[in-house]
Design a binder for this molecule. Structure first.
Ligand SMILES: *Cc1c(COP(=O)(O)O)cnc(C)c1O
Length: 379
C-alpha cells in the first residue's frame, strides 16, 4: 500500500489529466489495424514464428547476460552483419530497443564542450538522449522542424565560440513518427560536411519500407551508406523487437565501450534475434509488401487532399483534444482501429488521428476507412 501522501498526489495528478482530457489508457487491439507500425504485415508471419522457435531451441529462450558477458550468440552476429550489409555500413551494433539506443548513443558520443542539434519534432527517445548529453556538459540546440537554415545558423553561432577540439552532432528522425514527413538527407549531409558535424538519423519508420531495397530513407534519397550513424528498429516494419545502429567499425567499438544502455543490459533474447533476421530477409525479398503499404498510404493521403509523402503514416489533423478523441472513437465503433494522438506527444492544439497502413490490409478495408472519414469529417 502506498503511503497516503503519495496516494493523494497521484490521485490529484490523475484527476488533473482526466479534467484536461489528457488521460492515457491502454486499449487492447480491436478492429482492423490502422494504427500499428507493422507496416509489412510481418509480425504474425509464420516464418518469423518458426525462426523464433528454432532460435529458442538452439540458443535458449533468454540470452543469459549482457553482450559483453555470455549474451552474444552467433545469431546476434549474423543479424548485425545482415543489417550492416543492408544499410550499406561497415558495421552494426544491436540495442535492446530504439528508445535505449537513442537515449544511450548521444551521451556516449557528445560530452562537455561538444554540441548536439536536434529537430524540434524528433522522437522522445532522441529528446531524452539530447538531455542526457546536455547533462554531461554538451550544448543542446533545438532547430525548427526541417529548417536547415535555422540549423546552419545555430551550428555557425556555436562554432564561433566552441573550443577548438569540440565536435557537433546533428540528430534527426528520417521519417517523423507523428507527421509522416521526411528529412532531406542529402542537404543535411552537405550541411554536416561543411561544419564537420556528425549526422545521426533515426530510420525507425523508414527501415523496411523505403528505397529500392527497403533499406530506408537514405537509400530512397540516394545517400545509401553515406550517413555515418544510421539507427533503425526491428519492432516496426521487421515485425520483431529491438534496434540497431549502422556505423563504421571504429564507431561501433566506441559504442561497445561507452554506451551504457548497451553495456549494462541483458542482450536481446535469441528468439527475438531469429525473428528479426527472418523479418529483415523477407523485407528485402518481398518488395510487394512495402509497395502495398505505401500504395494504401498514397490512396489515403490523396483522398484526404494531402501531398504525397514517403511514409505509411497519415496524420488526420483535428486540433482540439476532445474532437480528436471523438473522431477516433466513432471510427472505432465502425470497426477501424484508429487512435487519437494528443499533446504532449504532439504540440499543443494539434491533436490528430495517426493512421498507418500495412501490407496486411485489404483494399476494401482502406476504401471503407476513406468513406467513413469523408462521412465523419466532411471537407
Ligand atoms: C518507435 C520509435 C523509437 C523507439 O523504438 P523502440 O524499439 O520501440 O523502443 C525510436 N525512434 C522513433 C522515431 C520511433 O518511432
Amino acid at each position: 500500500m502506498t503511503p497516503s501522501s503519495w496516494r493523494q498526489r497521484l490521485q490529484r495528478q490523475a484527476e488533473g489529466r482526466v479534467t484536461l482530457g489528457r488521460d492515457r489508457a491502454i486499449h487492447p487491439p480491436a478492429g482492423v489495424d490502422f494504427c500499428s507500425n507493422d507496416y509489412l504485415g510481418l509480425r504474425r508471419d509464420p516464418r518469423l514464428a518458426e525462426a523464433a522457435t528454432a532460435a529458442a531451441r538452439e540458443h535458449g529462450a533468454g540470452a543469459g547476460g549482457a553482450r559483453l558477458l555470455r549474451g552474444t550468440t552467433p545469431l546476434h552476429e549474423e543479424l548485425e552483419a545482415a543489417l550492416a550489409a543492408w544499410k550499406g555500413t561497415e558495421a552494426c551494433l544491436l540495442f535492446n530497443t530504439g528508445f535505449q539506443a537513442n537515449a544511450t548513443l548521444l551521451p556516449a558520443l557528445v560530452g562537455a564542450g561538444d554540441a548536439v542539434f536536434s529537430d524540434a519534432l524528433n522522437h522522445a527517445s532522441l529528446v531524452d538522449g539530447c538531455r542526457l548529453a546536455r547533462a554531461g556538459g554538451a550544448h543542446l540546440g533545438i532547430y525548427r522542424h526541417l529548417d536547415l537554415a535555422d540549423l546552419a545558423a545555430q551550428l555557425a553561432a556555436w562554432q564561433a565560440r566552441a573550443p577548438a577540439e569540440a565536435l557537433a552532432l546533428v540528430a534527426t528522425d528520417a521519417v517523423f513518427s507523428m507527421d509522416g514527413d521526411a528529412a532531406d538527407l542529402p542537404d543535411l549531409l552537405e550541411l554536416c560536411d561543411r561544419h564537420e558535424a556528425l549526422l545521426l538519423i533515426d530510420e525507425a519508420h523508414a527501415t523496411g519500407l523505403l528505397g529500392a531495397d527497403g533499406a530506408g530513407l537514405a537509400q530512397l534519397q540516394g545517400v545509401h551508406g553515406r550517413v555515418p550513424l544510421v539507427m533503425g528498429t526491428l519492432g516496426k516494419a521487421l515485425g520483431a523487437f529491438g534496434a540497431f545502429v549502422g556505423c563504421d567499425a571504429l564507431m561501433r567499438d566506441h559504442l561497445v565501450n561507452t554506451a551504457r544502455g548497451f553495456i549494462f543490459s541483458t542482450a536481446l533474447p535469441p528468439p527475438v534475434v531469429g525473428a528479426a533476421l527472418a523479418g529483415a530477409r523477407i523485407a528485402q525479398a518481398e518488395p510487394w509488401r512495402r509497395e502495398r503499404a505505401l500504395a494504401f498510404a498514397r490512396g489515403l493521403r490523396n483522398a484526404l487532399g494531402q501531398p504525397d509523402l514517403p511514409s505509411a503514416i497519415i496524420p488526420v489533423p483535428v486540433g482540439p483534444d476532445a474532437a480528436a478523441v471523438r473522431l477516433a472513437s466513432r471510427l472505432q465503433g465502425l470497426g477501424f482501429d484508429v487512435r487519437a494522438v494528443r499533446p504532449p506527444t504532439v504540440p499543443e492544439g494539434s491533436a490528430r488521428l495517426r493512421i498507418t497502413t500495412g501490407a496486411h490490409l485489404e483494399e476494401a478495408q482502406v476504401e471503407a476507412l476513406i468513406k467513413a472519414l469523408r462521412e465523419l469529417q466532411p471537407a
